[in-house]
Design a protein around this ligand. Structure first.
Ligand code: SAH
Length: 303
């Protein structure tokens, strides 16, 4: 999974209508603006540390960073921008949107500073391992194709995700800050095979055309919570993307954009629906925040 995704992302821009899948920041500027507002509010209540940096993991085309930073800058945030991205193709697109960024290969390479961090659809692309009755399931070459070596009830684990969360949480505990994790997945660990492949906006079999289609799996937020807590960070409850965006004021933001640009009303209504409706991204996508014990919890996660 790691090798396939490294190749996949290194060789293309997979996002948008002509690509393989569309993400929330590509649907509407409102998504990134509300992320920026949530981070700006947290930073302000933490007494605006001047050395705080904006960090994004897997920033895609840089749309979320550009929209969030517009709001953060207008709130007075003047800190640096650090993007964790391995794909040279996507780094080039990000440079067009965010000219003053610094790039890193891994979370562990970030400098020590208070973090305003966001990861949207990053963790789902990190590799998982699958176990059947406690034995790891492997992929075999059979003829000229690939096949799994065993079937049965599957339990998934992702050491790569836990390691990334641990590194972020350790950083938050040492230097302060907040991290927003937004992804599709489940609040509680449960058995099940969630590995999936997507190409051209369709589900396709996972073991064909390796490296030419997007391989992801559902994020186990309980496992992330455990890794963050063990490193000493605080973790908020998990809320659905729909509830979170509504609490952050997506309705008001859409109304104000609509007043300024009445011709955009149909597009704005469609975007709110795609981001928030429970049959679209509103329910499957979840949001959780990790923060340092001496920073306030971000808004939008109240029980
Ligand atoms: N956050 C963006 C893009 C999501 S696609 C959006 O919401 O539109 C996943 C992103 O993570 C891509 O930018 C991809 O290149 C990056 N990525 C995947 N695996 C990575 C890894 N191991 N290290 C760093 N970046 C990675």
């Amino acid at each position: 999974m790691e090798a396939c995704n490294n190749y996949y992302y290194a060789t293309r821009d997979p996002l948008g209508r002509d690509g393989d899948f569309t993400t929330a920041p590509e649907i509407s500027q409102m998504f990134g603006e509300l992320v920026g507002a949530a981070l700006a509010d947290c930073w302000t209540r933490a007494e605006r540390p001047a050395d705080a940096i904006y960090v994004e993991l897997g920033p895609g085309r840089g749309s979320l960073a550009a929209d969030a930073l517009r709001v953060l800058r207008s709130a007075g945030f003047a800190g640096g921008v650090h993007l964790v991205e391995t794909s040279p193709v996507l780094r080039a697109l990000q440079a067009e949107r965010v000219s003053d960024a610094h790039w890193h290969d891994a979370v562990e390479d970030l400098s020590a500073a208070p973090l305003l961090l966001v990861a949207n659809e990053f963790f789902d692309a990190l590799p998982i391992r699958q176990f059947v009755s406690g034995i790891e399931r492997r992929v075999e070459v059979i003829g000229d194709g690939l096949a799994f070596d065993r079937d049965g009830e599957i339990v998934e684990q992702s050491p790569a995700r836990e390691q990334a969360v641990s590194a972020i949480a350790t950083c938050l505990v040492q230097c302060g800050g907040v991290a927003l994790v937004i992804d599709y997945g489940h609040e509680r660990s449960a058995p099940g095979d969630t590995l999936q492949a997507v190409r051209g906006h369709r589900y396709v079999p996972t073991l064909i055309d390796s490296g030419e289609q997007d391989l992801t799996s559902h994020v186990d937020f309980e496992a992330l919570r455990r890794a963050a807590s063990e490193a000493g960070a605080k973790v908020t409850p998990v809320v659905t993307q729909g509830d979170w965006l509504k609490r952050l004021g997506i309705g008001a933001r859409a109304a104000s954009l609509a007043t300024a640009n009445p011709e955009r009303i149909p597009e704005l209504e469609k975007a709110v629906d795609r981001l928030c409706h429970e049959e679209q991204m509103g329910q499957l996508f979840k949001v959780m925040a990790i923060h340092s014990p001496d920073w306030p919890a971000p808004t939008g996660f109240e029980a």
